[in-house]
Design a protein around this ligand. Structure first.
Ligand code: ZN
Ligand code: ZN
Length: 577
């Protein structure tokens, strides 16, 4: 099988066109022509880009003039107009049914005709109610297989958390890293861009003997199924539904390949346009000078960006959100790094629902090189999380002061995560909040309120002079809970006006504010704080996930409370009182 990305992309589109045509009961010869061409391009030994450049497309068996034109169109523009039109003419539910393995256009049409099934929900319902097994050529086994395929498709289409992908990536890099002759190895794609969720995991490597690396990859203990296995690439399934693709690429092209497979798609479209404007064509193999078809190879991404007159763009920023313009003008911000952070301003201790003492949390923070840590336990309304009644908080203030005396090298700040009650009032009186160094105010209950009510609650907390940070401001939990119905713009305006910071909660399932909202907050001059909300010492290490969000939001040190020195921080917190 060929190693070319474009061969596979084009083959996939042609296969899909054949299926869509069949769904529309089009001319049989036309359908056959598309699948034949798809198969030929898929198994072509040469790179289709090269074949196209040398005007030899029609020499591929099964590729006539019409399909050759479509291939050229795809290589030029990244899409095929007639494919888009076919998709537009197909009810989206039916197009999705094509993705259920074992279901072809014929069966889909039959199911539509006999049982009026036109989308995934209809299909699942019919299979669960056993109406499919009674149809001709279906039977019990096929019905069961359909249900299994649906389940698998649903799981596969849900992206996994970054923190789920991370240990898999690390294990693979360690496992393959020891093979002799392996040069580079890295994960690309949305993982490298630090997205909160990841689809498939893409691993790229260069090696003197690719076969050996691929052979080790498909034999890793974690591999549950091998989907594809060739001389320089393989795809496997781990943890039931997670697909991992490995590609061994040419050393001399590592820069362009890494750039290409890191994405995002939109960023790469702009990169290609920029290259064309300068008389080059950019592909995953090389930068080609159009004037004389000379290929320029780059081993590093830095060289690729420099060749196009751009500052190096960190992967997290490659989302086609103004980064290319900024890099052209040499004014990319210097985005925050984990090592820039000097403390954690929202952690719990055994005073409420944490699993470690104040002392243990502080010692762990000291090991991480922090200057300060704020111990923020819950307030009384959060009874199930051991919220502290006012007298208990007073005792805790004294206990923290004592722990602070006892521990050298780090400052323990006394804090609270005070609940914003359903009516917008805070769960402690102002005098008590004023005695805390750091007040994080959060919504934990009444999350179903109307937009007006919940926005009003947050704004009244933001306006309280004792509140320093709003915890997990939109309340979303990835793949589980939608954000509150919130007028975020109004919240950002209030935060900007009062100088109250908003949290980027680094817990991997929260990451809230998310990247987009944090970028909007920065643009409005709102300060933020990346906090782990740790309930034990190990969770302090989640800070890196929050840093991913901050980098994707273009945040710099100056945007973050916890990138300040203790001295600056205390002045900033005090200056609001
Ligand atoms: Zn909370
Ligand atoms: Zn908390």
């Amino acid at each position: 099988m060929t190693n070319s990305v474009k061969n596979r992309e084009i083959a996939a589109i042609l296969y899909e066109m054949a299926e869509l045509l069949e769904l529309h009961a089009e001319n049989r010869f036309k359908i056959i022509a598309f699948s034949k061409a798809a198969r030929a391009i898929e198994s072509l030994k040469e790179d289709i880009v090269q074949v196209c450049r040398e005007k030899r497309l029609q020499s591929i068996p099964g590729v006539g003039k019409a399909i050759a034109q479509k291939v050229e169109e795809y290589l030029r523009t990244g899409r095929i107009q007639s494919h888009q039109e076919l998709l537009a003419q197909t009810p989206s539910g039916q197009a999705e049914l094509l993705k259920i393995s074992g279901l072809g256009p014929k069966t889909i049409n039959m199911l539509h005709e006999k049982l009026n099934i036109s989308n995934l929900d209809d299909l699942e319902k019919a299979a669960t109610e056993h109406s499919i097994r009674r149809l001709p050529r279906m039977g019990e086994t096929r019905e069961k297989n359909i249900l299994r395929s649906i389940e698998r498709y649903k799981k596969r289409s849900q992206r996994i958390l970054y923190s789920t992908a991370e240990p898999i990536v690390n294990e693979i890099l360690t496992y393959l890293g020891g093979i002799a002759g392996l040069e580079h190895i890295t994960a690309a794609g949305s993982f490298r861009r630090g997205k909160e969720t990841v689809g498939d995991i893409d691993i790229l490597a260069t090696a003197t003997s690719p076969e050996e690396v691929v052979a080790s990859f498909v034999c890793m203990p974690m591999v549950e199924e091998v989907l594809a296995n060739g001389p320089t690439k393989a795809s496997v399934i781990v943890q039931e539904t997670i697909q991992v693709d490995l590609r061994i690429v040419e050393h001399r092209s590592y820069g362009t390949v890494l750039q290409y497979f890191t994405g995002s798609k939109d960023h790469n479209v702009r990169m290609r346009q920029l290259a064309l404007g300068r008389g080059y064509s950019l592909s995953e193999y090389s930068l080609t000078r159009l004037a004389d078809s000379q290929d320029l190879f780059y081993e590093t991404e830095e060289e690729v960006y420099a060749a196009l007159g751009l500052q190096y763009i960190p992967p997290e920023m490659r989302e086609e959100n103004g980064e290319i313009e900024a890099a052209l003008q040499g004014r990319l911000p210097s985005i925050v790094e984990l090592k820039d952070l000097r403390g954690d301003l929202h952690v719990h201790s055994s005073w409420s629902d944490g699993r470690a003492s104040v002392q243990e949390m502080a010692e762990a923070a000291l090991v991480l090189g922090y200057e300060y840590i704020a111990i923020c336990d819950h307030s009384p309304s959060i009874g199930i999380a051991g919220g502290l009644v006012p007298e208990k908080l007073e005792q805790k203030i004294e206990a923290v002061a004592a722990a602070n005396e006892a521990l050298e090298g780090i400052t323990i700040l006394v804090g609270t995560e005070v609940d914003i009650k359903a009516d917008g009032a805070l769960d402690y009186p102002d005098e008590l909040l004023a005695r805390c160094n750091v007040v994080v105010a959060s919504v934990h209950m009444g999350q179903q309120q109307t937009e007006r009510a919940i926005t009003g609650r947050l704004i009244s907390a933001i306006e309280n002079k004792n509140v320093d940070i709003i915890g997990h401001p939109t309340g979303r939990i990835i793949n589980q809970r939608e954000p509150y119905d919130l007028d975020l713009q109004a919240v950002l305006e209030a935060a900007a006006r009062t100088g109250t910071a908003l949290e980027i909660n680094a817990y991997p399932g929260r990451l809230d504010l998310n990247d987009i909202n944090a970028r909007a907050a920065k643009d409005m001059g709102v300060r933020m704080s990346i906090n782990t909300d740790a309930h034990d010492p190990k969770m302090l290490l989640n800070m890196k996930y929050g840093v991913n969000v901050a980098r994707r939001a273009w945040l710099e040190k100056k945007d973050l409370l916890n990138a300040m020195s203790l001295h600056e921080l205390m002045n900033t917190l005090k200056s609001r009182q």
